[in-house]
Write a protein that binds this ligand. Structure first.
Ligand SMILES: *Cc1c(COP(=O)(O)O)cnc(C)c1O
Length: 425
């Protein structure tokens, strides 16, 4: 595409954007009375305006119906979580029966590892990426120790090559092959939180399963961001939080995927609770657990409907728009942001470098040469919300739902201002 770094051109792209009206469906924070340029939808998505209505609905039902709300509310609470599967399935490329919503992300990964990390003295190793998101590192290390193994020995990390900022698929495959029959589980972030790289989940899943390991994905940065085909790729399990690209609100519920080949198994190792028990028989209070026939068998507690309400509100927007339209806008707006960054870098003499590889979703990670946190604070003061990752990276994720091409242009203008001699002494 031949982009132009002008306001007029950016406005023209906005006029042609089929999703332009969705910006109005979200609340934007303001700085100096002006809506911010929001680049942190990869950390906490903006609040959909209809979220409050969904929460209020439950507050009203609770006030007016109290316990009867479980069955008499317009959206009854006892199976409220089941409203998610149909809407989430196309987002992650699953059958509705393979998807459920519960708990939070790290908790769900722990629960899923009960089923999918079953080490033996010969097969006990876990392959993950180096410098994985800290929660994932803690989770995996504690699981390994729980089973009596040494994390130092049992956790095999795939590394970036010297001087490179991304993981090479061939290197992942080599580690998988080398670990071979000792590998119990491959568990990686589908989209890397630091550099924004989209891993080749299909190829890696195939290789992991080829050596007889289970393969799971942490999709925190992937769900609602990139194309996923979990069922078709034959992924064993996956989980994602919903507050990043899925705009469900801080710390909110996690989605889970369990491939249908594991459904209906009564003897699979699993930590169980009454919400995973057969729906028809749940209130018979029987002593023996009868698993739900689908991913809902992994449910534990009754659904936290107040938390789920904003997630449901957000999913209705996803359902309306669909991932293909979001992907199309995402590709275009990220390419435009990249173009603007390159223009500014050329003008100011290359103070920064994009470290995100071409396999990417919404996020561009920008490595700053010789700049510190100062730039991050300058942007914030000027109404640009980004985030900072040590040692020297600013992450920019222009969410397709609500960011505009004019935002990208404006950001470039502000960035240039920072590097221009007037503002810097
Ligand atoms: C955001 C994120 C988490 C957060 O986990 P919570 O349990 O929701 O706090 C975990 N893993 C990855 C890869 C993330 O990006």
């Amino acid at each position: 595409m031949n982009f132009e770094n002008t306001q007029q051109y950016a406005q023209q792209l906005d006029q042609q954007d089929p999703l332009r009206s969705y910006r109005d469906k979200f609340h934007f924070p303001k700085v100096n009375g002006k809506e911010v340029i929001y680049f942190t939808g990869n950390s906490l998505g903006l609040q959909p305006k209809n979220a409050k209505k969904y929460v209020d609905e439950i507050m009203t039902d609770w006030a007016e119906l109290a316990v009867e709300g479980h069955f008499q509310a317009e959206k009854p609470w006892w199976d409220y979580h089941e409203r998610f599967a149909e809407k989430l399935a196309p987002i992650v490329g699953a059958k509705p029966s393979e998807v459920t919503v519960m708990n939070t992300l790290t908790v769900n990964l722990h629960l899923l590892m009960v089923s999918f990390y079953r080490p033996t003295s010969k097969r006990y190793k876990i392959i993950m990426e180096e410098k994985a998101f800290p929660s994932d590192q803690y989770m995996v290390a504690s699981q390994v120790r729980f089973h009596g193994f040494d994390p130092e020995e049992a956790i095999i990390t795939v590394k970036k090559r010297e001087g490179e900022h991304y993981f090479r698929t061939e290197d992942v495959l080599q580690v998988i092959e080398e670990t071979g029959e000792e590998c119990a589980l491959v568990l990686m972030g589908g989209v890397n939180y630091y550099n924004g790289q989209v891993l080749d989940m299909e190829t890696i899943t195939k290789a992991g399963k080829g050596i007889g390991a289970f393969v799971g994905w942490d999709l925190a940065h992937a769900a609602g961001n990139v194309e996923l085909k979990l069922h078709e790729w034959d992924v064993d399990f996956a989980a994602w939080c919903s507050y990043k690209y899925m705009n469900s609100g801080p710390g909110n519920a996690s989605g889970c995927f369990v491939h249908e080949q594991y459904h209906g198994q009564k003897d699979i190792p699993r930590f169980e609770g009454w919400w995973g028990h057969s729906k028809e028989r749940r209130f018979l209070m029987e002593p023996e657990f009868q698993p739900e026939p689908d991913a809902n068998a992994w449910q534990v507690s009754n659904a936290p409907v107040l938390a789920l309400a904003p997630y449901l509100a957000s999913l209705e927007l996803f359902e309306e728009v669909g991932m293909p339209a979001l992907n199309e806008k995402r590709n275009k707006i990220v390419a435009y942001l990249e173009f603007i960054l390159q223009e500014v870098a050329e003008e100011v003499g290359g103070h920064f470098e994009i470290i995100t590889p071409k396999e990417r979703g919404t996020q561009l990670s920008v490595f700053l040469h010789g700049q510190g946190k100062e730039l991050f604070h300058y942007l914030m003061k000027n109404g640009v919300v980004t985030d900072w990752r040590e040692p020297n990276v600013i992450r920019l994720a222009p969410a397709a739902f609500y960011c505009s091409f004019t935002d990208m242009y404006e950001f470039g203008r502000i960035l240039r201002g920072y590097f221009s001699s007037e503002t810097r002494t």
